[in-house]
Design a protein around this ligand. Structure first.
Ligand code: GDG
Length: 458
């Protein structure tokens, strides 16, 4: 294989800044092996937009190349179609979706513009790997510009049931454009299956078995490639001096009590109000936990310019006040709601001192927090993961306590079974999950996709 060309909305960082997510680390690793380019939006809005200078930054073998957008591009493509149309629809939230044809036009235009700027950078042996819902139609643009390279795509968020996607205006046309990729990777078997069903039922593609579909005379692999983390590195983070400092501070604060940890960007897909309600239900139905088991929710704000995100934040502030007003005591605060972010090593330490990891999205592509929580546990005395059945992670983490996030009773009962779970059982469950995380790590994930895209392209 030649060089790798990665395309994603945001690019980098190339170095461990302490804040970078696991995805950036996995991609840098894949890029470093073959050398290559990481191409995407600079994060800046300017008058020239995508007609401006390429912004380049280079380490030994990897080059980051970024371009701006205009304000109009940003509004229609990013704040519009990507985050107000596709994000809610792909997370099964038709009630929150905004269908505005200017958004779709802007989206197709930016995909085309980005392809135009990428085109001259591509060499004949390169493999192009495009990421996420921002660039569903990019392969079609690249092919129309006579790019012949292998083209892989990975969708980080869910692909909904065909009955849901059919509500998106021009859904069939978007999916036809997706068929220009040689490989479409999804987080779960359910997502890959949803895609193939849509392609077969709505655009007349043919199922040719083995996770492949044919459309016209082009074959596309559409399979699940569940994303992994660098579990061993994360386990080391949890023992780093920075992690230990946070553990000591928290231990002191908790004074022998126990803690549930939640870590999520503030987003309506993460089921945060439902989670707070379930915790309140726990304190009602299992009063022995009052004064003994608190909930810490770390929630860095995201997309704060969109109304749906402003509303959910307000709701969470109110619920925190309500639950704390109702149950707090002189020396005990039930919910600690922290709307800021922490360095990764600190986060690892916080996971490690928390007896329960509570991950209850209403829908989630994978959910890396579930995996990081397991990777950060102590082998001798591991905590318990309580996990939504609607997170992609649930397919590969059957030893977690699996719950329906919409049911406050079920989540409360799940937390209760986690807090009373005997040590032997906690260890057994943790051991199986940790071993699998180490085997199916981020490198294995990118290797599997690269291997398959090379094979199908040939
Ligand atoms: C999308 C899909 C899919 C969170 N708070 C802090 C912080 N984080 C890190 C976590 C984790 C990452 O952000 C969040 O990843 P998730 O997977 O939970 O969710 P999304 O951001 O929605 O990601 C998702 C993922 O893509 C990968 O394919 O799993 O389904 O929606 O790594 O640790 N990191 C730091 N401080 C924080 O306060 N440093």
């Amino acid at each position: 294989m030649g060089r790798l060309v990665v395309v994603s909305n945001r690019v980098g960082p190339l170095k461990d800044t302490g804040r970078a997510g696991g995805l950036a680390v996995a991609l840098v690793d894949a890029l470093t092996k073959t050398g290559g380019i990481w191409f995407g939006w600079s994060g800046n809005v300017s008058e020239e937009g995508s007609f401006g200078q390429l912004q380049r930054q280079k380490t030994k073998s990897v080059q980051m190349v970024q371009i701006d957008m205009t304000k109009a591009d940003y509004d229609a493509f990013y704040a519009g179609y990507a985050n107000r149309t596709l994000w809610p629809v792909l997370h099964y939230r038709l009630d929150l979706a905004d269908f505005d044809r200017r958004f779709e036009q802007g989206y197709r235009y930016v995909n085309e513009r980005f392809a135009t700027r990428l085109r001259p950078l591509v060499e004949p042996d390169d493999v192009i790997w495009v990421h996420d819902y921002h660039f569903l139609t990019m392969a079609a643009s690249l092919r129309s510009m006579d790019v012949r390279n292998p083209l892989a795509f990975f969708l980080h968020i869910p692909f909904p049931a065909p009955e849901i996607l059919a509500a998106l205006p021009n859904a069939a046309s978007i999916v036809r454009a997706m068929m220009a990729y040689d490989l479409l990777g999804f987080q779960s078997e359910r997502d890959a299956d949803n895609f193939r069903r849509f392609a077969i039922e709505e655009i007349g593609a043919t199922d040719i078995g083995d996770g492949k579909v044919r459309f016209g005379n082009h074959e596309t692999i559409a399979r699940a490639y569940p994303i992994g983390i660098d579990a061993e590195a994360f386990a080391k983070f949890a023992m780093s001096p920075d992690a230990r400092r946070h553990m000591t501070r928290l231990d002191k604060l908790m004074g022998g009590r126990q803690q549930i940890i939640g870590v999520d960007r503030i987003d309506y897909s993460k089921g945060l109000p439902e989670r707070f309600r379930a915790y309140e239900r726990l304190l009602e139905d299992y009063p022995e936990n009052r004064g003994r088991l608190s909930l810490m929710q770390i929630a860095p704000p995201s997309r704060a310019e969109l109304n749906a995100y402003i509303e959910i934040r307000r709701e969470l502030d109110e619920m925190t006040g309500h639950v704390n007003g109702r149950f707090a005591d002189l020396d005990w605060t039930p919910i600690r709601f922290l709307t800021k972010s922490f360095p990764r090593r600190a986060l690892a330490g916080i996971y490690r001192v928390s007896r329960i990891g509570l991950v209850t999205p209403l829908r989630d592509g994978m959910n890396l927090v579930a995996k990081e929580y397991i990777a950060a546990q102590r082998a001798e005395d591991p905590g318990v993961l309580v996990l939504s059945r609607f997170a992609g992670a649930a397919e590969g983490m059957k030893e977690a306590v699996i719950v329906n996030p919409h049911s406050a009773e079920e989540v409360a009962a799940g937390i209760q079974s986690a807090i009373t779970m005997p040590l032997d059982e906690r260890r057994d469950r943790w051991q199986s999950m940790f071993e699998r995380l180490c085997r199916d790590d981020a490198i294995a994930w990118s290797n599997a996709i690269m291997k398959d895209v090379m094979a199908v392209h040939r």
